[in-house]
Design a binder for this molecule. Structure first.
Ligand code: COA
Length: 351
């Protein structure tokens, strides 16, 4: 089986387990994912090849890159995937270098990504985008041309200045005290014990945590001092994590905010948002920016974000998600899973 397969104009596709040394392709994804393409310790210029049937380490099994490479070795395109075996996979990004666009490479990347997800036993593949991102019209047309369903609203995101939490802290003091009596506490991420972390990993592995809320997915780039777990009488019942959106550390975005269903919709995350923003204001100043997101379906939380926490409505954008159902392994793919203009041969996966 070939190590790579031809797509268009001498361009070839190859599949890699991440992390792997793929520095030429790193610019073809968002800055937050690029560290997976840096030279990992001990790896050579590229991840070593492994037979497809060889069992993989769980950490390695979940992250994949599909690379399109031009005849001169230039990076033509890249798709990044998170594929937890047996759970819905996520297309983290798909990008084609401007000089290579409109030649079917993006479609070939999507088709290869879909095959990887199906081979991993993922029942579906999802893809997310922000309504504020540039070039969304072209991306929508591209996904539609490849047979992906229309995007649905997933999250609404609001941004404000960290100092908002000082007023909100006073307004919500009684509610906060009531939660305190029910055992509410917030523990900064650096203070977690090994048992806490094992408990979090077990929760994620159980499938109880929805797609996008795994607190370890972006762990390498998270800001530990702004990330925390929520506890009820000492036991971890949820978390909220943050990363800086700029090198100067003036804009923090809080993501993966999640609580166990039996404490959901009782104000635990709302109080945690106040506490985390107050912490950010103390550490980085009242004018540093905080961003929060809430589920499209969580209308009460949206009302809190934009009505009760009006200061967070300084800037708003929406996170959209497409979900492509995948056929069970061994069945015929439905129309739309093949590349536009012809289905390239299956690509060998080095790992
Ligand atoms: C979106 C993107 C990946 C498409 O890659 P590509 O290799 O040019 O796509 P393809 O050649 O496979 O296009 C297949 C079909 O999609 C549609 N399409 C692709 N680009 C389009 C555009 N700019 N406008 C309208 N339709 C478009 C067309 O129907 C096209 O078929 P056609 O060329 O026969 O008309 C590429 O434009 C890109 O990298 N954009 C910037 C990054 C981005 O937006 N990524 C998505 C968020 S992660």
């Amino acid at each position: 089986m070939p190590a790579s397969c031809p797509v268009a104009d001498g361009c070839v596709l190859s599949v890699h387990a991440l992390p792997a040394a793929l520095p030429a392709h790193a610019p073809l994804t968002y800055p937050r994912w690029r560290h997976w393409l840096d030279d990992p310790q001990g790896a050579g210029p590229e991840a070593p090849e492994q037979p497809e049937q060889q069992p993989e380490q769980p950490e390695q099994a979940t992250l994949r890159a599909v690379c399109a490479t031009g005849p001169g070795g230039d990076a033509a395109g890249l798709a990044l995937l998170h594929l937890p075996p047996g759970l819905p996979g996520r297309l983290l990004s798909v990008m084609v270098a401007p000089a290579w666009r409109r030649r079917g490479i993006g479609s070939a990347l999507l088709a290869a990504a879909t095959r990887q997800a199906a081979a991993q036993g993922c029942p579906a593949l999802t893809a997310q985008h922000s309504t504020a991102a540039a070039g969304i019209g072209a991306y929508d047309a591209f996904m539609e041309a490849n047979g992906w369903p229309q995007a649905a609203l997933m999250q609404v995101r609001g941004y404000g200045r960290a100092g908002w939490a000082r007023t909100a802290g006073q307004t919500f003091a009684r509610h906060r005290a009531a939660l305190g009596r029910r055992g509410y506490a917030l523990t900064p991420w650096p203070e977690l014990t090994a048992a806490d972390l094992a408990g979090i990993r077990a929760l994620v592995a159980s499938g109880a945590v929805p797609d996008g809320y795994d607190p370890m997915l972006q762990h390498d780039r998270d800001a530990p001092d702004l990330s925390a777990v929520l506890r009820r009488h000492g036991a971890v019942v949820g978390w909220a994590k943050a990363h800086w959106q700029d090198a100067a550390q003036t804009q923090a975005f809080y993501h993966s905010g999640w609580v166990l269903p039996d404490v959901a919709r009782q104000g635990w995350l709302a109080v945690a948002m106040i506490d985390l923003s107050a912490r950010q204001a103390d550490l980085y100043g009242d004018d540093s920016l905080t961003g929060f997101s809430t589920d499209a379906a969580n209308l009460p939380m949206q009302a809190i974000l934009f009505n009760r926490f009006g200061a967070l409505a300084e800037r708003i954008d929406r996170l959209m998600r497409r979900t492509l159902p995948l056929p069970a392994a061994g069945t015929e793919p439905p129309p739309g899973l093949t590349a536009a203009g012809g289905n390239p041969p299956p690509c060998h996966s080095p790992g």
